[in-house]
Design a binder for this molecule. Structure first.
Ligand code: HPA
Length: 232
């Protein structure tokens, strides 16, 4: 048992898919897994374990933002000894040419958050995806002919940012898209010698001012989840 995940140590697989939204965790468990058990309901942050093609996998909601994800991932790593993590989430594209619904594999995650500045005493740390998971995801998408992007993303603390000029620097330095969790995930994975990757689909384009419909988000979400379940 830990503070935010009240489960037994054997309830959770060492392979965990981590969407931000707990209802997406429920959707993944109900749609893709067999022999599913619900192991956590604390604060509505649902966690399930089941089997995908015979492989035991857990799915745990993390909430939005670096602090919330850090709580769940810390507990999964230290209390439940989970080893492999794939975040499945949405992002806002920064580069004009990246189309809605594209898949982005986050090779590295820059951030405007202060969390790593505190950990590293103001030095710069480069949060990085696990190479093997990244390579597997890339190869899987390539062999299925799915166009995707691999590169640096931004994990931001502010979904609503009144300073619209701030993103210009990120665009200039080829940041592909913004989301709100991966730099914390990659940093925790490094410290705990775990593997982590974020697979993201583009739900909106910041330069083009466009966004996907709810139905499009559901379809592209399923596509991304299948990749995650295949490679974890
Ligand atoms: N910013 C941050 N997080 C996001 C966005 C965004 O534009 N779109 C989806 N997640």
């Amino acid at each position: 048992m830990s503070v935010h995940i009240q489960a037994k140590s054997t309830d959770i697989s060492d392979k965990v898919i981590i969407p931000g939204d707990p209802l997406r965790a429920k959707y993944i468990a109900e749609t893709f897994l067999e022999k599913v058990t619900l192991y956590n309901e604390v604060r509505g942050m649902l966690g399930f374990t089941g089997y995908y093609k015979g492989k035991r996998v857990s799915v745990q909601g993390t909430g939005m933002g670096l602090p919330s994800l850090s709580i769940y991932v810390n507990e999964l790593m230290s209390e439940f000894k989970a080893k492999s993590f794939i975040r499945v989430g949405t992002c806002g594209a920064f580069q004009k040419e990246i189309e809605l619904r594209s898949i982005i594999l986050a090779q590295t995650a820059s951030t405007d958050s202060n969390i790593n500045r505190r950990i590293f005493n103001n030095l710069d740390y480069a949060p990085t995806a696990d190479f093997n998971l990244l390579l597997k995801a890339h190869n899987h998408l390539e062999s299925n002919g799915v166009k995707h992007y691999v590169g640096n993303i931004l994990s931001t603390d502010t979904f609503y940012n009144s300073d619209t000029t701030e993103s210009e620097k990120w665009v200039e330095y080829n940041i592909l898209a913004a989301e709100m969790e991966s730099s914390a995930l990659y940093t925790l994975a490094a410290k705990n010698r775990c593997q982590a990757l974020s697979i993201l689909t583009v739900s909106d384009s910041i330069p083009n001012g466009t966004q996907t419909t709810a139905k499009e988000r559901e379809n592209s979400f399923s596509e991304m989840v299948e990749v995650a379940l295949e490679i974890i």
